[in-house]
Ligand binder design. Structure first.
Ligand code: SIN
Length: 315
């Protein structure tokens, strides 16, 4: 009897690892990406999403990617400084007026050029994904820069963010996202900076009585993969995956605007955390204290790039 030989290739597996909850812009973008891939490339590509740092924490995921243990991730732009200095631009305090300005910069030639800034390190930037503008939370009210003096703030692994808190004589501590709630709860630190969606979904608001609406910085992401994985895919499949990813990113970006307002309201409704808005004079004090940080990083980032970002504030 002749047994017909049936051969089929195993589907390509994409492990997508991230550190936030599913009910966030990034969490939802990853879910959307999985859905689109399942619809469009059934049996050919499988996406497994690992939220909440289940697979890798934010300080390990890029190393794991280069080793082939994970194929996609979307770390905060603040977490790439080991791989490129140029992305530090996104951490400069009071650079972008709002998320729309950020979008204009990211979609323009300068922002698009930055997607390739990781190529020498074997990583490919596939697209920007929003979360939102950062606010300050603390156990005491922090209204003017002097209120931050001597207080310990958790920051992401970014020297710009370190300088930003040094500029107001606070004590910045680089810690992984997954540890922040416990650090706040046990009062090992006094505060942190983050978006409303992260503060809500990680329950930071339950252990931080005060939030100051500073909008002083940006929390956005870069969706990345390794060049080895990406270039190893057949071209047609790569294009289909990239198209699906771009659609998932657009979905996440739209949700970023909605979730920011939704989660701000949810925090207010909880009654657990007070949101302080700043007068223009108070805000100006923060700007004056933190703006000198730009100069310190101008050489590494590039003055032209900073100029392009500043111009994106014009509608
Ligand atoms: C994230 O939104 O991915 C984490 C942000 C943080 O580390 O604060």
């Amino acid at each position: 009897m002749i047994v017909p030989m049936v051969t089929w290739a195993a589907p390509v597996k994409i492990k997508f690892s991230h550190v936030v909850a599913e009910n966030t812009p990034k969490g939802q973008a990853a879910v959307k990406f999985k859905e689109l891939i399942e619809q469009r490339l059934p049996g050919k590509v499988v996406v497994e999403v690992y939220p909440n740092a289940q697979l890798f924490g934010d300080n390990k995921v890029l190393e794991a990617m280069l080793l082939g243990d994970v194929q996609m991730a979307a770390p905060a732009l603040s977490k790439f400084q080991k791989y490129t200095k140029q992305l530090q631009i996104f951490d400069l305090p009071f650079l972008f007026d709002d998320l729309e300005a950020t979008e204009r910069f990211q979609n323009g030639p300068a922002g698009q050029g930055l997607l390739g800034s990781l190529s020498k390190k074997g990583l490919v930037g596939l697209g920007y994904l929003h979360n939102g503008m950062k606010q300050l939370s603390a156990s005491d009210p922090i209204i003017t820069p002097t209120d931050a003096r001597g207080k310990k703030f958790r920051i992401m692994t970014s020297d710009v963010l370190q300088e930003q808190f040094d500029a107001v004589d606070a004590v910045p501590l680089k810690k992984p996202f997954a540890e922040v709630f416990t650090l706040l709860q046990t009062k090992a630190i006094d505060g942190q900076e983050n978006t409303y969606s992260n503060m809500y979904s990680q329950k930071f608001f339950e252990v931080q009585e005060h939030i100051t609406e500073t909008n002083h910085g940006l929390l956005d992401y870069l969706v990345v993969t390794s060049a080895e994985f990406w270039m190893g895919l057949p071209e047609e499949m790569r294009e289909e995956i990239h198209t699906a990813l771009n659609e998932a990113i657009a979905h996440g970006n739209q949700l970023a605007f909605e979730f920011d307002a939704r989660d701000r309201q949810a925090i207010l409704d909880s009654g657990k955390s007070k949101i302080h808005t700043l007068t223009p004079q108070q805000r100006e004090q923060w700007v004056e204290s933190m703006r000198p940080v730009w100069k310190k990083f101008e050489k590494e980032i590039g003055a032209d790039l900073i100029d392009a970002a500043v111009k994106s504030n014009q509608k």
